[in-house]
Design a protein around this ligand. Sequence first.
Ligand SMILES: [Zn+2]
Length: 462
Amino acid sequence: MADNKKQKTETPEEKVRKSAAENVTPKEEVKLGEQKEGQKPETSVKKEEESTYLWKNTELERKLEVSPNEISIIEIVDAMVNDAFQLRTSDIHIDPEETELKVRFRIDGVLQDFVPIPKELHSEIITRIKVLSGLRTDEHQAAQDGRFKANIHDYGQIDLRVSIAPTYYGENCVMRLLAAEGEIMTLEILGYSEEHLEIINRAIKKPYGMILATGPTGSGKTTTLYAILKKLNRREVSIITLEDPVEYSIEGINQIQVNPRTGMTFAQGLRFILRQDPDIIMVGEIRDNEAANIAVNAAMTGHLLLSTLHTNDATVTIPRLLDMGVEPFLIASTVNIAMGQRLVRTLCTQCRVPKKLTNTEIENVRGLMNQKFLAILEKNEGFYGPKGCEICGGSGYRGRIGIHEILEIDDDIRELVMKRMNAKEIRNYAIKKGMTTMFEDGIEKAAQGLTTIEEIFRVFHE
Ligand SMILES: [Zn+2]
């Protein structure tokens, strides 16, 4: 599989980046801002120094083009946030370097260069963001966190979470753009197939039990839980969440922020929530034995409990809970479903090009799939490759979609859990019984022209 990744053809974006990088000598790197929790280091291509950005007609560029005495810092920050929103950015990174302020946007999970800002404006930009977020403007040596609301043209307000930290060339800033409630995706938009939607609907109709979303950081687990919560959100039920942090606010749901300083840990918070008479509980993450056991107890005593676990696939959920000291009979009687997922980039529909899989590609994939999906592969129709155009900023991709697998705990799986079978045995059994794996779900989406096989391999290897 690793070989296949290396064979990946260069996207036009990579070509541009590479040729730009060839002309510039790499400088010493200061990369504090981008090493946020769970984010992978950049790929080798992006490690090179470069100043090429592919976006045209940006508001930020227009605001920077005026004469120095007409420059408005307020407008520059507004323009940057507006540009980011228009390009569907999740995070804005502003990193001071020796000669300029490097601005990068994380779009569809990948950091991309944006319009750089002259170094002279560094302190004023950071000060402006601090003022907006209610942070101390006279503090330059400590990390600070804040939040503010920004106005987006023709749209309304969005929330931004701000993190500022001192780096070698001065303070950097990372801003996370938070979606408004209306932006919370539905399960359909997240790419759940009919088959998977049916399984989820069965599981959430049960008045109690656990619904677990699994995957590495950035795989969209929380987004999936929010989509389910939105489906469950009715006047007649009481829903309470315990989150770290609260990422979206949803009307009609009581959302509690985890805060270890006030004793509101996941475990303590769960105990507290249970006294609040909830029907449905969402816990951001089950991290330790204590929280796992309280969660299982809650699910046993008539609550529907949604949470996430940091595991590679759906079936690993079972041994992970065993490791956390949960008894097999409790797992067997409380877990309704365990969902595994990854986010893959979707092909830009404006420029994607039809392609036939090569024999090598087919052979590389064949061994990873079951009979029912081999036909899709052998038919070799409907596959596309990326090209790159102005709409997608040259990357050939635009937007993301989930690829999924769901382990439904039925009587047979329950028996395996009671016997303390390992993840592999459970997985083989579930696949034999017809569980579609994430990989197969991905290939099906590739055969619909939504994504590429390279992209599926990429998310499994990151
Ligand atoms: Zn395109």
